[in-house]
Design a protein around this ligand. Structure first.
Ligand code: SAM
Length: 220
């Protein structure tokens, strides 16, 4: 399915200036995996005007939609949002493959998995975006102290994600009061409410299960 996708052979080959033309020589530090229509990017852009934020999305048309959305925001003559949305961008990619080809070790300080596809059936569980193999890759691209945010309306998927993160030695669960105390309250708020899927769940009065994890230091 991804023969049409192109991957850099290494992060050194990534030309980020194409994505952030006015922010030369910088690299993304936040990645929103399966960003969908880009609601989180648009919410976080002005909150972190000095940080480059990247959405990764596998669907071509959805990626194009987000690209157009960001271009339109950047072009608004009356644009006054901090950062002017020049710090947010999107890339079409299968984030389950070759993530370390895009990002250097410890490049990211935040990683988001918001309302990922649930793949309900047991034989489809291997398609889930959270697994021990993939957690090793996520731990590699995240810096120690970095935070992973997950949220879903599907209890079974929530329990699956919690189980895998809990079992993985390089992650430690962060409760909401800790997130709040450490200054991540605005981000948690955006995680809950800023995405299109999150809004849909709200309209249907669905549950939202949040689980956030700190990337621990590498063992010596
Ligand atoms: N995070 C968004 C939100 O909260 O509105 C979108 C949620 S949607 C249910 C899941 C998204 O993940 C879809 O847009 C889908 O195309 C994307 N996706 C699924 N697998 C992916 C993968 N391997 N790499 C990148 N994106 C993926």
């Amino acid at each position: 399915s991804d023969h049409a996708l192109e991957y850099p052979t290494s992060p050194a080959d990534m030309d980020w200036t194409v994505h952030y033309p006015e922010l030369n020589g910088r690299k993304p530090e936040f990645a929103d995996v399966g960003c969908g229509f880009g609601g989180l990017l648009v919410a976080l852009g002005p909150l972190f005007p000095d940080t480059l934020i990247l959405g990764m999305e596998i669907r071509t048309q959805v990626t194009q939609y987000v690209e157009d959305r960001i271009a339109a925001l950047r072009a608004q003559p009356e644009q006054t949002a901090p950062g002017g949305y020049k710090n947010i961008s999107v890339i079409r990619a299968n984030a389950m493959k070759f993530l370390p080809n895009f990002f250097d070790k410890h490049q990211l300080s935040k990683l988001f998995f918001l309302f990922p596809d649930p793949h309900f059936k047991a034989r489809k569980h291997k398609a889930r975006i959270i697994s021990s193999t993939l957690l090793a890759e996520y731990a590699y691209v995240l810096r120690p102290g970095g935070v992973v945010y997950t949220i879903t309306d599907v209890r079974d998927l929530h329990e699956w994600m919690v189980k895998h993160f809990d079992e993985f030695p390089l992650f430690e669960r962060m409760d909401e009061d800790v997130l709040e105390k450490e200054g991540h309250g605005d981000v948690v708020q955006a995680v809950r409410t800023a995405t299109e899927e999150g809004k849909k769940v709200e309209r249907n009065s669905g549950d939202k299960f949040l689980a956030c994890y700190r990337r621990l230091p590498d063992p010596i």
